[in-house]
Design a protein around this ligand. Structure first.
Ligand SMILES: *Cc1c(COP(=O)(O)O)cnc(C)c1O
Length: 225
């Protein structure tokens, strides 16, 4: 049952928070519903989750069009230029801004509908191939450029840790994002959130300072999925 899975996830969040003396109510849980029917979104919503994550615009668009729920939609996957127009219509927060070109396109399309689009900047914290995101060294320049775009609001950073056999090994990547945020805090006065941690590694991410965790399988399939 989704409800029971969610209770378990919340217990795990509380446990991780108590280790590092954080308040569990400061952690935003996004239910990642990619590949799941809309009825599953309804079910998590009725269990108290109102943040929904998707990684493809087309799939999100279908669910959005039938949704009668006051949920917040989060875009987590790589966003192609030709999907930006639709994405700015749907999403409250785009986590996956991974290039300046994309940032400019989002700004342009958001301006067309007079929206200020909330975004997170995706950062490559590991050196795997085929991964999207800015290199840490590029961040200061990137944020400076993006800050000049009037229809974007940078709310923080997102990262995806590599898939590793032992979740403990993901700690260095989360710590890296946290350190980057602390460094950039001195340059940018406002609060930047960290979106990091998925089903297999969210406890570690919380210990390392995650503000937003993105949970798919642990909610929709259960702990042993
Ligand atoms: C699928 C996905 C998640 C959720 O992953 P689970 O392992 O199912 O919890 C989180 N973030 C991104 C970017 C994803 O694509």
């Amino acid at each position: 049952m989704l409800k029971d899975n969610l209770i378990k996830v919340k217990e795990r969040v509380e446990c991780a928070c108590s280790k590092v003396k954080r308040d569990p109510s400061d952690i935003e849980i996004i239910a990642v519903s990619k590949g799941r029917p809309f009825s599953d979104i309804r079910e998590v919503f009725s269990s108290g989750i109102s943040d929904i994550g998707e990684n493809r615009v087309q799939e999100a668009s279908l669910k959005y069009s039938i949704s009668d729920l006051p949920v917040r939609w989060h875009m987590l996957g790589h966003l192609q230029g030709n999907k930006v127009k639709e994405a700015v219509k749907i999403f409250d927060l785009i986590h996956s801004v991974d290039s300046l070109k994309l940032a400019r396109e989002i700004d342009r399309k958001a301006a067309e509908i007079s929206k200020v689009q909330d975004i997170l900047i995706e950062v490559k914290t590991s050196y795997e191939q085929n991964k999207f995101g800015f290199q840490p060294e590029e961040l200061v320049v990137a944020i400076n450029d993006i800050s000049g775009l009037r229809n974007l609001r940078v709310s923080g950073f997102m990262t995806v840790a590599p898939i590793l056999q032992y979740s403990e090994d993901t700690r260095v990547y989360f710590r890296k994002l946290h350190l980057l945020r602390e460094e950039l805090k001195e340059v940018f006065s406002y609060n930047l959130k960290l979106s990091m941690g998925m089903s297999d590694d969210f406890e570690i991410a919380i210990e390392e300072g995650a503000d937003i965790i993105r949970i798919g399988r642990a909610i929709f399939e259960g702990e042993d999925a």
